[in-house]
Ligand binder design. Sequence first.
Ligand SMILES: CC(C)(COP(=O)(O)OP(=O)(O)OC[C@H]1O[C@@H](n2cnc3c(N)ncnc32)[C@H](O)[C@@H]1OP(=O)(O)O)[C@@H](O)C(=O)NCCC(=O)NCCS
Length: 150
Amino acid sequence: MSDLDHIMSVMDAAFDPHWREAWTRQQVENSLAMPHTYAIIFDKHARLLAPGSEAAGFILARRAPSEEELLLIGVRPEVRNSGVGRALIEYFSDVARKEGAERVFLEMRANNPAEKLYLSCGFEPIGRRANYYRTLDGTLLDAITFAQRL
Ligand SMILES: CC(C)(COP(=O)(O)OP(=O)(O)OC[C@H]1O[C@@H](n2cnc3c(N)ncnc32)[C@H](O)[C@@H]1OP(=O)(O)O)[C@@H](O)C(=O)NCCC(=O)NCCS
């Protein structure tokens, strides 16, 4: 299985279509073809995926000269609340720091319970875009930008 296959198998399981946050296979493929976009894929033990293992969670991220952006994070429902999400974020921040980033960013829909995880990982809300997301039933939700100083 390719990284793209692993990411899409987690994507299909992790994201509720109602929120319209999941990316299509084409979107992921296009983004990974860009030179500064990369994926971190972990197994259920929160270790980097080894050949032959099953992916439990992933982060898609984009690198810029002094900052990085966490584009998307997903963990399979059956392995949630065992620390895979936190380990992915800590690994991402660690790699960004080593690459010379001073800050990392992410953006989240206003009512996502993942906020608790982001706050406890050291992210702080720094901005809000009104009515940025539209759910399947047409409800509009703000986007909140979080930043973590490294
Ligand atoms: C957000 C997500 C990646 C977290 O993954 P996870 O592996 O369950 O995270 P962890 O086990 O490391 O959780 C760490 C902490 O955050 C809390 N937390 C995580 N997700 C939560 C949720 N959905 N609701 C409430 N609390 C949550 C946990 O209670 C835990 O707190 P604790 O350490 O104080 O006990 C996962 O819930 C997910 O894939 N959600 C769907 C996709 C999504 O919304 N992604 C984010 C937007 S792009």
